[in-house]
Design a protein around this ligand. Structure first.
Ligand code: AMP
Length: 276
């Protein structure tokens, strides 16, 4: 595995690989890698010839007062995980933006609700960095996790509009044995907070069970979930159309329950498919 820090060096290397007819696969991350990230690498590996993973904590997607300064980092652990997952190139740039950087890539519509409402500017930061990375790598394939369900939808939209040759693939959300969605931010949780963090997945599972018992009203489902949540503050618990992310009143087909809230100082998100 090659580790590259310089964006120009990465671009030159991939230009050569593409000229040889090799398919480039890409998994962008912010590091402190875990099994959720590894699952995306395993999904990408057989679908490309050159697998690139980036580790870059993108300042543009953090709001004022968010956890940019204390975001967990572990470059050595990240290197071992990537090597074990069969990654060809680990891209760890100290910075990605040109001096005086002044360009924002923004997706309308999909970004207004849910995490977009709770974290103003967050998705602009995400689409700006992903567009920058797509422009640099020109990958054939890029894999994102359903853990960040709204992000996946927003990135699909951005890619369809600006990088239609990049195939965006979604990977399933990976959980710990106790149901907690794996996240780099779980490292912030005290043992007591971790127990309460389990209430996010428990609430979603209870909503799913209620659907299996025949409940179709979104409000009734949200009430069930709210009764289980043990968060210190709730950003949202919503039942939405899985493609448009527009809230649904009744489940007449597939729908997705999405939740975000804070346990202590840690903001956690989770989501689950409801219905058939
Ligand atoms: P992050 O490092 O948190 O920015 O995440 C990088 C990529 O890994 C994103 O596409 C995430 O959706 C994905 N990811 C993070 N946690 C998980 C998980 N538990 N299961 C699946 N994908 C995940």
């Amino acid at each position: 595995m090659l580790t590259i820090a310089d964006p120009a060096e990465l671009a030159a290397r991939l230009r050569l690989e593409r000229a040889r007819g090799r398919r480039v696969g890409f998994v962008p991350t912010m590091g402190f890698l875990h099994e959720g990230h590894a699952s995306l690498m395993r999904l990408a590996r057989p679908r490309c010839d050159v697998l690139v993973v980036s580790v870059f904590v993108n300042p543009l997607q953090f709001g004022p007062g968010e956890d940019l300064d204390r975001y967990p980092r572990d470059p050595e652990g990240d290197t071992s995980l990537c090597a074990a997952a069969g990654v060809d190139i680990l891209f760890m740039p100290p910075s990605l933006y040109a001096p005086g950087h002044a360009t924002t890539v923004a997706v309308a519509g999909l970004t207004t609700g849910l995490c977009g409402a709770a974290r103003p500017g967050h998705f602009d930061g995400v689409t700006t960095v992903v567009a920058r990375l797509f422009g640099l790598l020109l990958p054939d394939l890029a894999v994102f996790g359903e853990k960040d369900y709204q992000q996946l939808a927003v990135v699909r939209r951005m890619a369809a509009d600006l990088y239609p040759t990049v195939e965006v693939v979604g990977g399933p959300l990976i959980r710990d044995a106790d149901g907690l969605a794996l996240s780099s931010r779980n490292a912030y949780l005290s043992p007591e907070e971790r127990l309460r963090a389990l209430s996010l997945s428990a609430a979603l599972r209870a909503m799913q069970a209620e659907v299996q018992r025949g409940e179709r009203r979104a409000l009734a489902l949200v009430e069930v979930g709210r009764g289980i949540l043990q968060v210190d503050s709730l950003d949202y618990l919503e039942v939405v159309d899985p493609d448009s992310l527009v809230p649904v009143e009744r489940l007449d087909g597939r729908a997705r329950a999405l939740v975000a809230g804070r346990v202590g100082r840690t903001r956690l998100i989770d989501n689950l498919l409801l219905g058939a």
